[in-house]
Design a protein around this ligand. Structure first.
Ligand SMILES: *Cc1c(COP(=O)(O)O)cnc(C)c1O
Length: 396
């Protein structure tokens, strides 16, 4: 009997003592602006369902019809016999929407990021990542065995110093950034990243999980094809489980990139295709995302309203214009306590702690969606005032 893992209970205790223990809530209702947890209705301010589509009746119907037409399981990977006409149709719709020649449908954003980075770079190559990139991008870079460098968050000057330093070394260069940073809500300096990458003969990969569907008049996301050519952002990745409300992810780029990923992205090759019905539901969702501008307009109003209300309580917010509106608390224990206090008052706002965010920056990650009402946002603002011990400025 080996004892190598005898310390697991001790390690669990240690996590608990440091307020780093994670517990899953059991949700007893469908996604929406309210959720039922432990039989209580809570206002939900922590989902990524930014446009309120995860439980849309039209998308549910498309999903049901997809099941009737295609069954439940895809039966195999895309390269064997799991790639149906509706998977293919979804890829064509995504290519058209993003203005890229082609797109490839992955089973998740996590898989897509690992698959793409590992297909593109290996030993001898160089990966440069923003310090606040999503865990899946970091894992992708680390697993690739390419030389890995962080650059300071949003700092193109720091990136350029690093690119210059390896200018005489062999190998490819890949610069990777979130389009909208998942835990801060700010956007990457895309135009500057693209020109720095071009100057240093690097490829730029953007993960737009939180921008796709949300940014731009039609929800095109951070990478507007009217502004950026495919060659400037050769690798565009976005997920479909956030604003789009379904599941999966895609990579868009030119024909040779997509062909290469089909040959080489292990996370694409060695996994069962998502059910065709997911693709059918996603097609319907994309139609809604692109046409129902009111969802983004309402979201923009709620964001402005929330920021104004919170500022009037002298509570600091990060400089974010997206639905991600975190309130940095600092200490993990305090962030957890604030989240629990909000839950007692009827609000679900998760505390985000290290290693998801840097030490000392534990936060309440408030997210807004088009499904919220102004009244619900007002109630959240009041609750934040109570929990964080502030009262509304008399001058307001
Ligand atoms: C959520 C997220 C992912 C992972 O996508 P899944 O489809 O949930 O696996 C990747 N990148 C970013 C920035 C994300 O926020």
């Amino acid at each position: 009997m080996g004892r190598s893992f005898d310390d697991i209970p001790v390690r669990l205790d240690r996590l608990e003592r440091r307020s780093m223990y994670r517990r899953r809530r059991i949700v007893e209702s469908a996604q929406g602006a309210e959720l039922t947890v432990d039989g209580r209705r809570l206002l939900n301010f922590c989902s990524n369902d930014y446009l309120g589509l995860a439980n849309d009746a039209r998308i549910r119907e498309a999903f049901r019809q997809g099941v009737d037409r295609w069954g439940v399981g895809a039966g195999a990977s895309h390269l064997v016999c799991g790639h149906t006409a509706v998977h293919h149709q979804l890829e064509e719709a995504l290519a058209q929407m993003t203005g890229c020649p082609r797109a490839l449908f992955f089973s998740s954003g996590y898989a897509a990021n690992l698959g793409v980075i590992n297909a593109l770079v290996g030993t001898r190559d160089h990966v440069f990542e923003d310090r606040l990139n999503h865990a899946s991008l970091l894992d992708g870079g680390w697993i690739s065995r390419a030389a890995f460098e962080w650059y300071e968050h949003g700092c193109v000057d720091d990136l350029e110093v690093r690119l210059t330093r390896v200018a005489d070394e062999p190998g490819r260069r890949l610069v990777v950034s979130d389009g909208v940073f998942s835990m801060d809500g700010d956007r990457c300096p895309l135009a500057d990243l693209a020109s720095a990458a071009e100057r240093h003969d690097a490829w730029l990969m953007i993960d737009d999980a939180h921008g796709f569907g949300v940014i731009g008049k039609t929800g095109i996301g951070s990478v507007d094809p009217d502004v950026f050519a495919t060659a400037q952002v050769p690798v565009l990745m976005a997920t479909l489980g956030k604003a789009v409300g379904t599941s999966g992810a895609f990579v868009a780029g030119d024909d040779s990139l997509i062909e290469f990923l089909i040959q080489r992205a292990r996370n694409y090759i060695y996994t069962t295709a998502l059910p065709a019905a997911v693709a059918a539901a996603t097609l319907e969702s994309l139609r809604i995302v692109m046409s129902e501008h009111w969802r983004r307009e309402k979201l923009a109003e709620l964001i402005t309203h929330f920021r104004r209300g919170v500022h009037s309580l002298d509570i600091d917010l990060l400089p974010s214009q997206t639905p991600i509106q975190p309130i940095v608390i600092g200490d993990a224990t305090a962030a957890l306590a604030a989240s629990r206090a909000l839950e007692t008052l009827g609000f679900l706002v998760t505390a985000i702690r290290p290693p998801t965010v840097p030490r000392g920056t534990s936060r309440l990650r408030v997210t807004l969606t088009a499904a919220h009402t102004t009244e619900a946002v007002d109630r959240l603002i009041a609750a934040l005032g109570t929990v964080l011990g502030r009262t509304r400025n008399a001058s307001e």
